[in-house]
Design a protein around this ligand. Sequence first.
Ligand SMILES: [Zn+2]
Length: 259
Amino acid sequence: MAKLYFSYAAMNAGKSTLLLQASHNYRERGMNTILFTAALDDRAGITTIASRIGLKATAKLFSEGDDLFLAIKSDLEKQPINCIFVDEAQFLTKQQVWQLARVADRLGVPVMCYGLRTDFQGKLFPGSSELLAIADILREIRTICHCGAKATMVVRLGDDGAVLIEGDQVAIGGNERYVSLCRKHWEEKTGSWPVEEESSPTLEFELNGGGVGEASARCDGDIKNKRRGCPRVKHGQAQVGSKATNSLPRTRNGGNKIK
Ligand SMILES: [Zn+2]
């Protein structure tokens, strides 16, 4: 039975290299493969997957809304296909992951997906989330942090090399760089330690007499000063409802240090 595979890693672990090598192994034996990679904008058609060590191959682009099951089924009617490879699989939609599962289950073609597990905020990508849920075979591709430990997390760096803790999950056209770190150093770099308390008592905040405005000021100041905690509070954004109150009572974490 054909299977759906997901090989996941942090950045710069050599995912594309492994994909290209695996595809090459098929082709060397006279078998046919089709490669896909994410378009990330409105482009359509063909591109090249290149690895940092020089391997490259032609790939089709997938975008949100493409039906990969129908596309592959149509290709299969014209030629035999022995394996499908998908690079940047974190950008697949959940529906597309199911379409690829159907390719394995109903067309009998194995599908090998390669992608990032989490984004720079430590959150699962939609495609990775679904692949982790339903893929037949999960494989971790290892890379290492500067300390030598396994790197499982990614930080996004701005032009000045500073760690960015806010922004869209996918940054297109920017000059951001990404670095893979172990979880311990990711926490230190992003200021996510100590962990924000999810269920801080709202009552305590109300008794302290704080308002919504004060909530933003405290957390903003805290990010500026320490880059600690309150990762969901954006600069200059009015905080209303439970988000603001949840992130408020932070005395234990030094939330009252703002002058
Ligand atoms: Zn480390």
